[in-house]
Design a protein around this ligand. Structure first.
Ligand code: AMP
Length: 408
């Protein structure tokens, strides 16, 4: 038995706490939120536990894992050096090339004239990215050359993203279904969790603006065991070796965002933490002891192999009115208990708060993650939507087509 501290405040952290709670004696989430049991205000540096798991990218990039390790704590999450994989797309792309990992051709620029000259050599589909963290924004995929040029100028002017946009990465556009693979790394070795697919666009049929993710599901028909083996052999292991060559001891998640192109899987990006909302479907599928696995990774010595249920999981994100542009908050949430009472349904709290009357209210854009479990995707989906239909607040919206094999 052991104690775990989870750092973060969203649906991902609720799922981490829930699944760690199957085997840990105590689980505390900091700062958590009003809907996650075990949430505390105490900062992680003032807490004690056998294992610390850091959820979001910002504290990782800012060096929280280093700070906790300096206090002698066991931490699952890379230090600031490894977190650059997410903190700088230019650095990540350079490392992918050095490690020989298949990825889109690219150039990284600080000078607008050079960037525009590179853009002029490309055709069809243009991808423009800010270098630094931009909270899921800062990526343009377009067939419109004029829009691509204007975006390069805008990012490099420093007006749009400040320092995060002072370097742009320009990539060839790839096409194909996207798949997320989470690898649990101990610095030298890695083991894969079950793949998932998320739905990034706000509205049904993959329409509307990009969001942090409106839903996810696992298993993914296009991502069988062969694909996972290939990703581990051709991407994750060479990446870990290249990190080590640079003196970086990477203990945490390598979240591979892949595109299944006609010429094979290519790495779009690495994230240095669990994905949100993919975590909400991937972790509940684990049948083995997650705390033991993450503790081994934190200690630099993975010896167990995770095992997964054959069941399917689907999560639907219930969002507030106006998300992702201008989410309205403060509305009272109804029906949570009724949703949770349905067999095979669980609900994770993402952006929620409590009002003076002690009622749960909306406190962010993505408010709740309703998760359905079933023997097939269809059954898991039906349960997730049965849960969603119990929940309501003014302006709540969600996609009705999660789990349909979306590609974007
Ligand atoms: P990223 O933050 O790098 O994952 O990019 C966000 C989204 O933009 C990805 O999930 C893809 O849907 C899309 N994207 C990124 N890079 C490319 C690319 N080279 N070709 C086509 N789409 C891309």
């Amino acid at each position: 038995m052991s104690s775990v501290v989870i750092v973060g405040s969203g649906g991902r952290e609720h799922a981490l706490a829930d699944v760690c709670g199957r085997t840990a004696e105590t689980v505390v989430v900091t700062p958590g939120n009003a809907g996650i049991p075990g949430s505390v205000d105490t900062p992680p540096t003032k807490l004690d536990a056998d294992l610390f798991v850091i959820g979001p990218e910002v504290p990782l990039v800012d060096g929280l894992a280093d700070e906790l390790r300096a206090q002698g704590k066991h931490v699952f999450g890379p230090g600031a050096d490894g977190a650059q994989l997410e903190g700088s797309k230019a650095w990540m792309k350079e490392l992918l090339v050095a490690a020989g990992v298949p990825t889109a051709n690219h150039g990284a620029f600080t000078d607008a004239d050079e960037a525009l000259a590179f853009l002029a050599t490309m055709d069809d589909l243009f991808v423009i990215k800010t270098d630094g963290l931009a909270a899921g924004k800062g990526v343009l995929v377009t067939e419109d050359r004029a829009e691509a040029e204007a975006t390069v100028r805008e990012y490099l002017s420093g007006d749009a993203f400040g320092d995060a946009g002072s370097t742009v990465v320009i990539e060839e556009g790839l096409t194909g279904p996207e798949v997320s693979v989470f690898a649990i790394c101990d610095g030298t070795k890695a083991v894969a969790l079950a793949p998932a697919q998320d739905h990034k666009r706000a509205y049904d049929g993959d329409l509307g603006p990009n969001t942090g993710g409106m839903g996810a599901y696992t298993p993914v028909p296009v991502a069988g065991a062969d694909l996972v083996d290939q990703v581990m052999n051709e991407a994750i292991e060479p990446t870990l070796a290249e990190l080590r060559r640079r003196g970086i001891d990477y203990r945490g998640v390598l979240f591979a965002g892949l595109m299944m192109t006609p010429s094979g899987p290519k790495m779009l990006e690495y994230n240095v933490r669990f994905g949100d909302p993919e975590t909400q479907v991937v972790l509940p599928r684990i049948e083995s002891d997650l705390v033991e696995l993450l503790s081994q990774a934190a200690a630099g010595n993975i010896i167990s192999t995770p095992t997964f249920s054959d069941d399917a999981f689907v999560t639907v994100v219930c969002a507030s009115e106006g998300y992702p542009t201008a989410p309205r908050t403060g509305d009272v949430i109804h029906g949570l208990a009724a949703a949770r009472a349905i067999d095979g349904v669980s609900v994770y709290a993402a952006g929620v708060k409590r009002n003076d009357a002690d009622e749960l209210i909306t406190g962010g854009g993505r408010v709740l993650n309703v998760v359905g479990r079933g023997t097939t995707i269809e059954e898991a989906k039906a349960r997730a939507y049965a849960g969603v239909r119990e929940i309501s607040w003014p302006g709540m919206h969600y996609r009705t087509d999660i789990g349909k094999g979306s590609t974007t």
